[in-house]
Every structure is written in C-alpha cells, then in structure tokens.
Design a protein around this ligand. Structure first.
Ligand code: ATP
Length: 518
C-alpha cells in the first residue's frame, strides 16, 4: 500500500477509535488544531510520563518546573523571537496556496533521496545475495549524480537561509522547477518573512491594554527561572531544568495532521554546563535522547540524526532526531548547543545579573546550555504510526481474516487490560467484575461483554490493549482465566492470583526506563 494511503488510514483510525479529533469539528474544524479523545489523552499522558521520568527520575541533577504561558513581552525581544522568529513564505498564484519556501526545497531534496533508495532497491532485487550495497552506493553513476545534486541544493539553500536572502530562495525554487503540488505550476510570488508568534492583549482597554504573546516555545520560561531554581534548589552545575507545556505557532503550512499544529505541546530540557564543556555534553545528550527513542522498540533503522548545516547565530552545534514517518524521515526532536546566548540576553534586557558562582573554580560565569526539545504531539504521531499495523490472520476454521492492531509498547498503551466474560450469564460477569475490582487501581482496565469474543478481541486490538482476559465456566471452578496477548495472539491459562504479577512486569514503565543508556 502506498505510504500516503497508510497515513490517511492512520488519521481515520485515530478519529474512529477516540485518539485524535479535529478541533471544533461540528463547526467544520479549525485548521491545524486538534483535540485528543479518550484514548489519545491517556497515550499522551503516558508519553509525557515516559519523558518526565527519564529526565527527573533518571538524573538526580535534573528538576522540573511549570512556568506560565503568558510572560513579560520583553522576554520575546530578548530571545530574538519578535525580530527573527520568521518563516519564509511563498504563494502559488494559480492555486492560491501558501508554502514555506524552505520546506518546498527540502521536499525537493527528499525526492533525490527517494530516487537513490529506489535505485538501491532495484539493484538489490537484481543481484540478490551477491549485492554489495556500500560499494553500489559509492560507485553507481546515477546514485552519485543524485547525491551531488542533493548536496549542491542543500548547501545553496543553507547559504540563502543564513544570509537571509529571500530572492535567492525564490531563485532556487525557479531554477529547480519546483512546482506547486496542487496547481502543478511554477507561478510563484516573491518570498516574504512571516512572524509565527500569536499575540493578544492583557489588561482592560480602559487601563491601556498591552500586547502580549502566546509563548512559541517553553524554553524561555526555563531561562528566566534559572536563578530561582539554581538558588532555591541549591543546584550545582552541571544541572538541568525540564518542562512540559503548551506552545503556539501561527504555522504557514498546516497540512500534516498533528505533525505541524498551531497549538501543540513541548517537552524541553535545558542543561546548564561550564563554558568549554558544552560539546561533550551535547554528544552525551544526543546519545541519551536517541536511546530514549529506540528503547520503545520501533527499530533503530527508523531513526537518524540530521546535523544542521545552518546554525542559528547563537548555536555552536545542532542536530535533529528524525523518525521515518509514513511521509518520510522528519524531525521529532531538536538538540541544540545554545552557548550562553539566552542567559546573557536576559541579563542584558532585564538588567539583573544572571551568573553562577562555581565553587570548584572559585569564579562566576554565565553557564552554557544544551537544549533537548521534543514535541509531544509529534512523538504521539511517531508512536501511533509505528504501532499501526494491518495484518492478515487465520481464523480457527482456517479461513482468512484481517485485523488492524496498534502494537503500542505496553507501558504506553491507554488501556492495559480488557476483562471479558465468555457469556453474559451463569455468574461469569460477576466473576469478571470481581477481577476488575482487584486490578483497577493498578491498571487501566476495560470491561466488555458485548458481541463474540473474536469481535471483542478486534476492538481491543484496534485501540492497542496489550492483554485480554477471558472468564469462562471453568474459571468458577479453578480460579484461572485465559490471557490473550495482542501481538502474538497467543493464549495462555493463568491463575487469577498471578495476574497482578504478570501485568505489573509487562506494563511497568520502569522496565523501559531501565534500558535507556545514560
Ligand atoms: P520545524 O522545522 O519542523 O518547524 P522547528 O525546528 O521549528 O521544527 P523547534 O523549534 O526545534 O522545531 O521545536 C522543537 C520540537 O517541537 C520539534 O522537534 C517538534 O517536535 C516540536 N514542534 C515544533 N513546531 C511544532 C508544531 N508546529 N507542531 C507540532 N510540534 C512542533
């Protein structure tokens, strides 16, 4: 199935099974804003817990905060967002659709990558066992040509973005004959800068209301609280401050479901270090964060680092962790070495001294910062895209059937356990209810007695419940139930008093946390 079709099905599945709804749907929706449904909110909370615990439980020197969305407007002057939080936008005159100029070029670059992968796949098929992929990639003339074009284009774009040269960005689009996917034409407007911050007013107009911004990132709330946390927590460098919270960006292009939203959530951690040691810490956090992703078991081959060619003026290293979404490799997380830029700017704009006295060095300095920044919603999309599978299965009578299953890591699954009486009589519902009562405070359980067992399994597969328990007549005699595993569909007979132990071990988030390489 084409990847676009998989993605469409995934979006439909999220809606049908209570994961993600378009916002304000009965009013025809609001572009790039989404609501999380009854299962979505649970998955989202579990993802946040996985991140939060990996920061504050696994690192003694990382603490959390929860700063307000509204902040003093000067903060956004100091951070550079008022003057430079822009995206270069371009309109197609025929379709009247608006695009980010850099994204159009990035997508064009991705086409060369696709061509390379196609060549490799073709050759693999042709040469079979004897195929030497590395050699082929290094020597095949067509691949080398695509590679060269890709690199030329990338560095030309990086230079244009670095120089803030909007005419050149447009020229790249024209020279490469990049067309609008809707109209298919190359009839483009000039490229303009567009500020992504939303603003509103605080105070009543009678008092002279003043302009205030909805934060476009959570990081600044951490920087402006640096001294508060360092002093009250008696934190010693190196240490980190973590935060999860909403952020708002008036994105130009908003067409990829929850990948790019106008209201979204971030999980950010700023790690304050001694000047000079930042690149070592950058390397360490790169590894730790990649391990956090890979521990979920979606396959190491589906992740890669994308080191930035265009560094923001204040950064001395930056990389993205990219995941292979159904629409290609895209950023889920950014890791940046931000030097002392932010703290210095806040010191300058606030007039307050923001420094750290290092008792070991016996001197004061402005700490350097490594930032790890990941979108909750993008992470949600990663998890759900990796988990979504359509499978052909064989029924007991030998006929074929299909199932849609969300193979979510058990620790993240919204519902851990479904309890099902085989029939709605003979005391089986009461027994099932009894089991639910015993487990409900530890595991999110769902009771289901409607339809055939097969149909009930399908429903639970579709929402990703890792374990189903069936109570049958024998249960009343031997106090044992059948446990059915979502991924293998295997069934096992277990004593009721063993259930807690089995579920605890298999759904415990600590089992994931223990595997993360620190
Ligand atoms: P992009 O290049 O995709 O716009 P970015 O580089 O601007 O992203 P950052 O400012 O580094 O993103 O933000 C950190 C993380 O926040 C991103 O890796 C992403 O997971 C998330 N994020 C950023 N913008 C959005 C958005 N509009 N919707 C959902 N998540 C977002």
């Amino acid at each position: 199935m084409a990847q676009e079709d998989v993605f469409k099905k995934l979006v439909a599945h999220c809606k049908e099974y209570g994961y993600v709804f378009p916002s304000s749907e009965i009013y025809d929706g609001l572009a790039a804003v989404y609501d999380y449904g009854q299962y979505g909110v649970e998955l989202k909370n579990n993802i946040k817990k996985y991140w939060w615990d990996s920061m504050v439980l696994l690192h003694e020197n990382v603490v959390g905060i929860d700063s307000a969305i509204f902040m003093h407007p000067t903060i956004w002057k100091a951070s550079g967002h008022v003057d430079a939080f822009n995206d270069p936008l371009i309109d197609n005159k025929d379709s009247k659709k608006r695009y980010r100029a850099d994204v159009l070029i990035e997508d064009h670059i991705a086409k060369y990558e696709e061509k390379i992968e196609k060549e490799v796949a073709k050759a693999k098929k042709r040469f079979g066992e004897k195929f030497d992929e590395t050699l082929f990639r290094q020597t095949n003339p067509q691949i080398l040509q695509h590679q060269q074009k890709k690199e030329e284009l990338r560095s030309r774009m990086a230079k244009a973005l670095n120089d803030n040269d909007l005419n050149e960005l447009r020229q790249i689009i024209i020279d490469n004959k990049i067309v609008c996917p809707i109209s298919g034409t190359c009839n483009w407007t000039e490229v303009r800068q567009f500020n992504l911050m939303f603003s509103t007013e605080i105070g009543s107009t009678a008092d002279g209301a003043s302009k205030i911004y909805l934060r476009p990132e959570t990081a600044q709330g951490i920087f402006v609280n640096f001294l508060n946390v360092q002093k009250t927590g008696r934190m010693k460098i190196p240490f980190g401050i973590a935060q999860i919270g909403k952020a708002f960006r008036n994105e130009i292009v908003a067409r990829q479901f929850i990948f790019r939203m106008r209201e979204f959530e971030q999980m950010e951690m700023q790690f304050f270090v001694r000047p000079g040691s930042e690149l070592e810490w950058f390397k360490k956090w790169k590894e730790t964060r990649m391990s956090w992703h890979q521990t979920l078991g979606f396959g190491a081959e589906n992740y890669r680092f994308h080191d930035h060619e265009k560094l923001a003026h204040y950064a001395n290293a930056a990389t993205d962790i990219e995941f292979r979404f159904p629409f290609g490799f895209k950023e889920v997380e950014g890791i940046h070495s931000r030097t002392d830029f932010d703290l210095k700017r806040h010191q300058e704009f606030s007039g307050k001294k923001i420094q750290y006295f290092d008792p070991e060095l016996n001197e004061s300095y402005t700490p350097y910062v490594i930032e790890t920044s990941i979108g909750v919603d993008r992470m949600f999309l990663q998890v759900i895209a990796a988990a979504y599978q359509e499978e052909e299965i064989e029924k007991e009578d030998g006929t074929k059937d299909a199932r849609v299953v969300l193979k979510l890591p058990a620790a993240l699954a919204p519902v851990k356990l479904a309890v099902m009486p085989l029939v709605k009589k003979d005391g089986l519902p009461e027994k099932a209810e009894e089991i639910m009562q015993a487990l409900r405070l530890d595991f999110r359980c769902q009771y289901d007695e409607k339809d055939s067992i097969g149909k009930r399994y399908r429903r639970q597969d579709a929402i990703g419940t890792p374990f189903c328990i069936t109570v049958d007549h024998q249960t009343l005699e031997d106090n044992a139930v059948t446990i059915r595993y979502r991924d293998t569909m295997q069934q096992e007979r277990v004593a009721i008093d063993q259930l807690y132990g089995i579920l605890k071990q298999k759904t415990d988030m600590r089992e994931l946390l223990k595997q993360i390489k620190l």
